[in-house]
Ligand binder design. Sequence first.
Ligand SMILES: [Zn+2]
Ligand SMILES: [Zn+2]
Length: 351
Amino acid sequence: MKAAVMEAVRKPLTVKDMPDPKCPPNGVILRAEAEGICRSDWHAWSGDWAWIGLVPSMPLVMGHEFCGVIEEAGKEVHNFKKGDRVLVPFSQGDGICEYCRSGQSHVCANPSIPGFSYWGGYGRYVGIPNADLNLVPMPEEVGFLEGASMGCRFMTSYHGVVDRAQVRPGEWVAVHGCGGIGLSAIHVAAAIGANVVAVDLDDRKLELAKKVGAQYTVNGKRSEDVPMSVFDITKGGAHVSVDALGIATTCRNSVLSLRKQGRSLQIGLTTQAEQGEVQLPIDRMVTMELQLIASLGMPAARYPSMLQMVQSGKLNPKAMITETVGLDGASRVLEEMTGFQNVGVSIIDKY
Ligand SMILES: [Zn+2]
Ligand SMILES: [Zn+2]
């Protein structure tokens, strides 16, 4: 199969023929039709995340944000067959641990992530284990581009905003960082009736944030004090604040943007600079009764609720997509991520 292959850290991916995957008895072979290029790919490509055990073994076919059509289903698969169009949540479970059995497969005791645990959607064919648990039927009216965009960033933000932070209509939500996760969080929060303030350093990203639902924007380059700017706009602080990037500044600013009893939603994992450790104003969190809530992916079982909002037009994952590329265009997108130059979501749709 043709694939864009990572053979060395921070070096351009090589587009070449790789061995086809084998079909697991309880899994499927999926023909990938579209694949989002996520900042998590950039972290893997940059050799980040060793401290959480995510060391890529090369050659690696990355890609955890894809959808496609089933080419072959294993003998033990009951719910899917050849020809089915499916979405692929990146947070996948083994189906047997206590979390999977209670519908929380995204925090499985033995998780697997395509593009990390096995070869992912930067290749034309992907062998996906535990298909009955880990795949989601894709409605006819959902196209492959939006389907791919629902594999990681969009669903992660949906689960974070709806299930974890439990944003309510009329609340103020401040979103720090307007990459794919941040734009999705803005879009979902606005769709359920929250008032959203978008924060970023790049006016182009803030423009897109407005298009997908933000009512107010703060450019951190022009604001002397981002949390104070959020306080001014929200007249006393946000009810919910989201760190959608995962660096020390956005994590702290998220907590500092909250009014009393506010909830800070941490979505992004940190970078090489933090290695998972960020200083937080604990006394302020105690005296203001603030909450820090973390969120990781979303179980396949929660997709129907999100898909109903997509089908009814309340959510439009396509609005975040700004470009499509071929396999040979993926390296350029990764390189641009180093300098935060990309605006919106880039998708591979030509294999
Ligand atoms: Zn991702
Ligand atoms: Zn499990």
